[in-house]
Design a protein around this ligand. Sequence first.
Ligand code: SF4
Length: 247
Amino acid sequence: MNEFVEIKCSESSAATPPEHAEVDGSGWSARKVLRWAYRTYEDGIAIASAFGVEGIVLIDMAAQIRPQPRVFVLDTSFLFPETYRLIEQVEARYGISVQRVLPALCPEAQAKLYGAELWNHDPDLCCHIRKVEPLQRQLADLRAWVTSIRRDQTQDRSHTRKVTWDPKFRIMKINPLADWSGERVWRYVRKRKLPYNPLHDRNYPSIGCVHCTRSVKPGENPRAGRWPGFQKTECGLHTPGPDAPLH
Ligand code: SF4
């Protein structure tokens, strides 16, 4: 067993579903979901964003309800330069400081422990180290997290509820854009003249880490550019089951 396996993650303070885990927000608009969530969780709520186009919509909407909303990004150290620049643009536009949540292992330490280019031979493990464990740590002192996932993005997301209990991270999960289409997201962005990642204009509809994202060809699924060469479609943040086994 290596050093990383020994790391114990903090447990969420909300170990059992709270009463409002049963709230039915299915008919609520995105704004109503957000208004309810900010009223209910006050300072114990934060937006998790990878700074895709949906995340920008969410931050913009949240800022109209709660000025300077709390936002964090799982900074794997492998994001595109365009993404890092967009984060700074968003910070300036909304007067916020986006929290960069870093993995326990820097890239060099990861390579030393698990070998070079882990993403090429075990992307589940790499995502666990660089995304899932940091998220687990980050959520430990929150009551709810807000995500920008949509039902039509992947099979795993097709039953996403707008207000739900997240059994994996044992915290309330708020998904205001669950029933939005990609077209609707872009209509909102254009109408509000929001900044977005320029890679979207270069056939990158879904943007993750540099090592695991390519542009898509016409007709391809928008997420076909994620983890090319692997069956993997999720990094493990939005799947209900246990994460990748640690070797
Ligand atoms: S997306 Fe790729 S590089 Fe990023 S954490 Fe996952 S496997 Fe690693």
